[in-house]
Design a protein around this ligand. Structure first.
Ligand SMILES: [Fe+2]
Ligand SMILES: [Fe+2]
Length: 241
């Protein structure tokens, strides 16, 4: 069934104080039993999740500032996506706060400082129009699903509430993929002959030093050439149907 991209699927994470309080209590209960070394190691592993989810706002601002004409369907996908990524940040902020001892306000302050180092220039060729941006985000979201799955053992150490949260986050990344994929298939059918050129160019940009752009934030250990190739092959296969 072809879904209308104008009704994007949104997160099932409950943005309610009681639900965040449950996650906070669950994570703190598990961290309380950890050694300082273990806390430091888990902080190191979770930090890229934290800042990557935060950086979604920079991508959002950059895309909205593009000279390209963006369709209403694209804007609906993007708005849903931006809100969901914010919810992901809120959850990882809770986990990182418990592990690092920093307050959530202190973490916000650290994250705000990232804005001064945002640099989209090395990726500019990937933002030529709505079609290429939708390909880029679809690819990135698909790769992210695989990375969250690969890190499952890390989140288990933070207890069942964190496992449940990351399961919802991973499902969201899958929904983001499906939303942008539906947009490509339904609104950009006439451009599907360009898919290989656009995807090859995205793949060539893997490995560009990360400039707080949310997309292609693939520097830490969980990422592998296999994840990139697998996500690329899946997107190519889906778009060529
Ligand atoms: Fe996310
Ligand atoms: Fe996402």
């Amino acid at each position: 069934m072809v879904r209308s991209p104008s009704q994007p699927l949104a997160s099932l994470i409950l943005d309610e104080p009681s639900s965040w309080a449950r996650l906070r209590a669950g994570v703190h209960a598990h961290v309380a039993w950890m050694s300082m070394e273990e806390r430091a190691e888990l902080s190191r592993v979770i930090y890229p999740d934290l800042f990557s989810e935060y950086d979604a706002r920079f991508l959002s601002a950059f895309v909205r500032s593009l000279p390209a004409d963006l369709s209403d369907d694209f804007c609906a996908c993007e708005e849903t996506w931006a809100r969901d990524e914010y919810l992901h940040y809120v959850g990882f902020r809770i986990a990182y706060s418990a592990l690092s001892g920093l307050s959530e306000e202190e973490i916000d302050e650290r994250m705000e400082a990232r804005e001064s180092e945002v640099d989209f220039r090395p990726l500019e060729a990937l933002f030529e129009d709505e079609f290429s941006v939708a390909c880029l985000v679809a690819y990135d979201e698909l790769a992210t699903v695989r990375a969250y799955r690969a890190n499952a053992a890390v989140y288990e150490k933070l207890g069942p509430d964190m496992v449940d949260f990351v399961r919802r986050v991973t499902a969201d990344e899958g929904r983001h993929y499906r939303n942008f994929f539906a947009l490509l298939r339904d609104r950009h059918r006439d451009r599907l002959g360009d898919v290989d050129r656009v995807l090859d160019r995205i793949r060539e940009h893997e490995g560009v030093p990360y400039g707080n752009t949310f997309v292609l934030d693939h520097d830490d250990d969980v990422w592998s050439e296999e994840i990139f190739d697998d996500a690329m092959a899946t997107l190519r296969r889906h778009l060529h149907v």
